[in-house]
Design a binder for this molecule. Sequence first.
Ligand SMILES: Nc1ncnc2c1ncn2[C@@H]1O[C@H](COP(=O)(O)OP(=O)(O)OP(=O)(O)O)[C@@H](O)[C@H]1O
Ligand SMILES: [Mg+2]
Length: 261
Amino acid sequence: MATTIAVLSQKGGTGKTTTVRSLADIFSRLGLDVLAVDLDPQGNLSSYFEIPIGASPTIADVLTFRATAERAVHGPLIPANQSLAAAELELQGNRHATLKTRLRDVTRLYDVVLIDCPPSRGLLAINALVAADHALVTTNAQYFSLQGVEQMLDMIELTCEDLNPRLTWLGVVMNIADLRTLHSREVLATLRESFGPKVFETVIRQSIRYAESAQHGTPIIEYSPRVGADYLALADELLHRLGMPAGRRKLRGLRGELVPA
Ligand SMILES: Nc1ncnc2c1ncn2[C@@H]1O[C@H](COP(=O)(O)OP(=O)(O)OP(=O)(O)O)[C@@H](O)[C@H]1O
Ligand SMILES: [Mg+2]
């Protein structure tokens, strides 16, 4: 059975999609079988994987029982598009576990499943948390984002109590940060005061290379290994928190190949 990780933030533009794309790439380079799930009607992850806009079936068809998850897998991804917004409305009611149930058959075939959530605490995000073993929260280096982290953590705790007792919070990663600015450093310090060791040591630095890599549909490690090294460090911390030492050993080799000292 795969380890399923939901990547979430309440606020938009905190680097969720980039995190899922980058980690999916790194984990598959380590020899893991990875499935990425686009659970955002914006479909950004699907574009980053260069899946054609009209690709079908999508995660919306899976959630509304029009297709099996197996049929909706396109390469390493189950894509999404705007139709997911309508599917979310169809889900209304007490349908928190639909994603978990509908993904069950395919998750058996993978080592890791990464779910890219929309920027909200709505029903899609709850479905992701019910389907997941672990939640990874992203935040950017802005003061208002801290409140968003607090609220997301409340939601994770509630989901854990009421709907998914095996869910754990992996931590929060500071993303798109320019630590040359005092504001970013202050936000990071406040984050560490509030959440202690739950804050990843790795900070993903701001770089225009990310937007360019998305535009080219190329993962950051390939587009700019020097910039993408931040995600290698994050992957290492994640593998540590997930208790996967073999992955960490392989990662050291991968870093040596990709980022010459
Ligand atoms: N480290 C970074 N430095 C600079 N820009 C970045 C970085 N990571 C991501 N970006 C860019 O910031 C924008 C938002 O990133 P991304 O789409 O990953 O965030 P998101 O949290 O998924 O957004 P949404 O909430 O809209 O789904 C994108 O244009 C992306 O290319
Ligand atoms: Mg996104």
